[in-house]
Design a protein around this ligand. Structure first.
Ligand code: ADP
Ligand code: MG
Length: 560
């Protein structure tokens, strides 16, 4: 109980900092439980790990906010954001090192299950980093009492207990996620792969600020492609329904094409109220593909796109430590499909031109026999007819794709128009006269048997380091993440890296698909603690495509 903690801190006052370790354990407060899970022996080290548990009864939480697993995630996400805002008001520097600091994980613009704040049917758990106060390297007992016995209870009462004033915002948080899920669930029956509601705000403030751009032109669907979908909250909503098949987005430079495609890519996630993209949804198995020269590729069958490489290099087991633009993009496509992608998004800005197009003049100059690459234009229809995989392509620079597109959407000063008929008319009037080079079928999609690399050196378990979305270090290996565009939070990366370490410890070979299923079954049960050796405060839910993407970039990966 709090008084036990108070007395212990009286006794520890002035002792060496590592004496704090004796406090490890659980303490029952009147309206919550405090667990000091791991205590640092040094005031300058990372903060100590603390968890706070509030049963719903004690937090006075109405059942409507935690009645099902989706609402539990939404409530956790909502509270997490409240905590992020409240901590600076509570936190006080109280001595040397990290004294007095309170640390909670960060959150992006989407609602995810995170270990920082977890809601179950029983209650709410908050995991924090806490800097136990020190004077120099000695225990500052009174400051610690203020922190643990005043500040933490204050934080709990302000953020983990129900506040009637939150009702409207909470209801909106719940409605937003339920509407987005409902919209996404309707896509298939409607023959769609993505939906962008009228009024959605797609552009962001900047490349590093994901908040909505003020004064942006709201999205408006072309009439011909407009669909109206019912939602559980607030009636029906009209917007652009992007049908299955091959969709081309065209338009002049700077007219908003990439912004639309990025919004679709993020439509695999549920955005928070106020983001502007709350009602932009994509099929959950949507994967953005790009060229990524320099990446490592292990034993991928890229033969649908590339064969007969110089020097007889195999492309059914294609490996390289330094892929070219086209081979990296081909590998990205085949790996995404192997992992289960149903919708591919490709932007000309980040695509390898020679993988995308090969026009008539080039076909005349360089014979097919001399060109290892079969361009995407000759495969995109087969992807759909043979495998049911749709593609949305941004392409302002070549009209050859008019012939293979089911629908063509033009952006003109951020306004969308349906130009399918015009584009098809032009394609008939001025045929590209290309030779189809794609053969009869798309080709095989190989499911690889793989072995994860070993990251351990000697006895020490490998560590994970990640701060931004650019790199993750697992053990001694740096993995470049810049090609994996649908990662939104560094804590997704951290969770993936720990999952890889945990599964690597089994030291056995896996069918890659089964490994993904296995890891994702924990994520789907929202049991992220199952991925790590001890409960961590900074893990976020992730998708199987990003898990696959990081595994596929490991330089020590083996295909068996
Ligand atoms: P494109 O890919 O066609 O060259 P982008 O999508 O990169 O164009 O957009 C160009 C610029 O216009 C970006 O700075 C983007 O933020 C901005 N932008 C995009 N959509 C809108 C919009 N609806 N309203 C206002 N600005 C927008
Ligand atoms: Mg662009």
């Amino acid at each position: 109980s709090p008084s036990v903690l108070e007395q212990q801190l009286d006794r520890l006052n002035g002792q060496s900092y590592s004496g704090y370790k004796r406090l490890k354990g659980e303490y029952q407060f009147p309206t919550f439980n405090l667990t000091l899970a791991h205590i640092q022996g040094d005031p300058f080290a990372a903060p100590s790990r603390v968890s706070l548990w509030v049963p719903h009864g004690q937090g006075q939480w109405p059942q409507t906010y935690w009645q099902d697993s989706m609402r539990q995630v939404a409530l956790g996400d909502f509270l997490h954001r409240q905590i992020i805002q409240t901590i600076p008001q509570i936190q006080q520097r109280r001595g040397s090192g990290k004294s007095g600091c309170l640390v909670v994980a960060a959150a992006s613009q989407v609602m995810l299950a995170r270990t920082a704040v977890q809601v179950t049917a029983a209650g709410i758990e908050l995991r924090l980093g806490v800097g136990l106060p020190a004077h120099g390297r000695r225990i500052a007992g009174q400051a610690a009492q203020a922190l643990l016995l005043d500040d933490l209870p204050d934080l709990v009462h302000k953020t983990l207990h129900y506040q009637p004033g939150w009702q409207d915002d909470l209801d909106q948080h719940m409605a937003t996620v339920e509407n987005a899920n409902a919209l996404r669930q309707q896509l298939k029956a409607q023959g769609l792969v993505a939906f962008i509601a009228n009024g959605a705000v797609l552009p962001r403030r900047s490349g590093v600020d994901p908040r909505p751009l003020p004064n942006a032109i709201p999205f408006q669907s072309p009439v011909a492609l407009e669909v109206t979908l019912p939602m559980p909250h607030g009636g029906a909503i009209a917007g652009l329904g992007i049908p299955q098949g091959v969709t081309l987005i065209v338009g002049g430079g700077y007219h908003g094409k990439s912004t639309v495609l990025k919004a679709i890519a993020e439509g695999a996630y549920n955005h928070i109220p106020g983001d502007g993209r709350e009602r932009v949804v994509a099929h959950g198995a949507t994967v953005k593909i790009r060229a990524e020269d320099g990446r490592s590729v292990t034993g991928v069958d890229i033969s649908p796109f590339i064969d007969r490489l110089p020097q007889g290099i195999s492309t059914t087991h294609f490996s390289t430590t330094n892929a070219s633009g086209s081979t990296s993009q081909a590998a990205n496509i085949l790996e995404a499909i192997e992992a289960g992608a149903q919708v591919l998004l490709i932007d000309e800005d980040t695509a390898a031109t020679n993988l995308m197009i090969r026009d008539r003049n080039m076909q005349s100059l360089i014979a097919k026999e001399k060109e290892p690459i079969t361009p995407f234009i000759d495969k995109v229809r087969q992807l759909y007819t043979d495998h049911g995989i749709s593609t949305i392509l941004v392409m302002g620079g070549s009209g050859d794709y008019f012939e293979v597109a089911d629908q063509v959407i033009a952006l003109d000063s951020y306004r969308a128009h349906d130009v399918t008929e015009q584009a098809h008319g032009i394609a008939t009037q001025y045929p590209s006269n290309r030779q189809g080079e794609g053969g009869q079928q798309f080709g095989t999609i190989t499911q690889r048997q793989i072995q994860l690399p070993s990251f351990d050196f000697g006895r020490k378990p490998a560590k994970v380091k990640t701060q931004k979305l650019t790199t993750v270090t697992i053990g001694k290996e740096d993995i470049d993440l810049r090609g994996i565009e649908q990662l939104l939070e560094p804590n997704q990366v951290r969770a993936i890296a720990h999952a890889i370490l945990t599964w690597q410890q089994q030291r056995r070979s896996h069918a890659l698909g089964e490994l993904l299923d296995d890891v994702m079954s924990w994520v789907e049960r929202r049991d992220l603690d199952g991925l790590t050796p001890f409960p961590m405060a900074d893990l976020s839910e992730f998708r199987r495509y990003e898990l696959a993407a990081i595994i596929n970039r490991l330089r020590g990966l083996q295909r068996l």
